[in-house]
Design a protein around this ligand. Structure first.
Ligand code: NAP
Length: 256
């Protein structure tokens, strides 16, 4: 699917979560790519016997930086100047704008294991508005894409973290409590989790929210808060109160 003939391979930097997924996906698309990481040097075959990273850069068409956000700018500043001809540099951070590298944020979460092949082409890439298209940046990837102003990336990414990472933390707490407090199998909650996601994906997203805050069941809300405090879960009680306020704000926004 989507193979792009190219004289030069791509070079993937990093060996963490996203690098693992990108390696699987590029292999799936038959896009030639070499991988280098700080921890392991060349993964598999180097471009040529004894090739250093500095030697390899001008012999690559693209450099894909799957490294920590904080390492991006120093890495580009250190390595980009020497390579001639200059490859196209791409990073995958949702929050950062990096001099010398275009951003292409895969709007998904990437754990330690590769996903099923059919998942990868569905993941959208969020690009920088003034920059190249996805077809120019990562030719051969059939993924959907959209763009936002680069200056909005910190806000966009903060919203991704709140929606994705914070809900994960809340579900993890629920699973821990079911297991630790009552010895229940956390898998019991799986249908609830799946239905919550399915309802959010449905046409009327506003209708997905149920529960005592939405119903206006004030006594149940008060009982929930007391129970959380009594169980030593006052951090969750604090989150509950913050969500009460956030929900009221959301309701007034949708009514406006
Ligand atoms: N994981 C996700 O869900 C996700 C989603 C969208 C975008 N992203 C983006 O993908 C990028 C990588 O994230 P990740 O989740 O894959 O992180 P990760 O699993 O923590 O891996 C980070 C990688 O960065 C490397 N690294 C750190 N500092 C470095 C340096 N100074 N020089 C060279 N390599 C360095 C690490 O190398 P060592 O092993 O040598 O320490 C490691 O290979 C980030 O920009 C992130 O914002 C991630």
């Amino acid at each position: 699917m989507g193979q792009v003939p190219s004289a030069k391979p791509w070079l993937l930097i990093g060996s963490g979560r996203l690098a693992t997924h990108l390696t699987s996906y590029l292999r799936q698309l038959d896009i030639p790519c070499r991988q280098w990481s700080r921890a392991h040097g060349w993964h598999g075959q180097a471009l040529a016997e004894g090739t250093t990273l500095e030697d390899a850069l001008p012999r690559c068409e693209r450099v894909l930086l799957a490294i920590s956000d904080d390492a991006l700018a120093p890495f580009v500043a250190h390595h980009r100047h020497g390579a001639q001809p200059q490859p196209t540099w791409i990073h995958f951070s949702g929050s950062r704008s990096v001099d010398g590298a275009w951003g292409a944020h895969p709007l998904c979460t990437f754990g330690p294991e590769s996903y099923a092949p059919e998942i990868y082409p569905t993941i959208p890439f969020l690009l920088e508005e003034a920059g190249p298209s996805l077809a120019e940046l990562l030719p051969g990837l059939p993924n959907p894409s959209a763009s936002i102003p680069a200056g909005d990336k910190p806000l966009y990414h903060a919203l991704c973290v709140v929606a994705g990472n914070f809900t994960t933390l809340l579900w993890q707490r629920f699973f821990q409590q079911l297991e630790g407090r009552w010895g229940l199998d956390p898998a019991l909650a799986a249908p609830y989790l799946r239905r919550t996601l399915a309802n959010l994906e449905a046409a009327d997203r506003q209708a997905a929210l149920t529960g005592p805050i939405t119903r206006g069941d004030g006594e149940t809300v008060a009982a929930n808060l007391t129970a959380l405090e009594s169980a030593g879960l006052s951090d969750l009680a604090g989150i509950y109160r913050a969500f009460q306020q956030a929900d009221q704000a959301t309701l007034s926004e949708s009514a406006a």
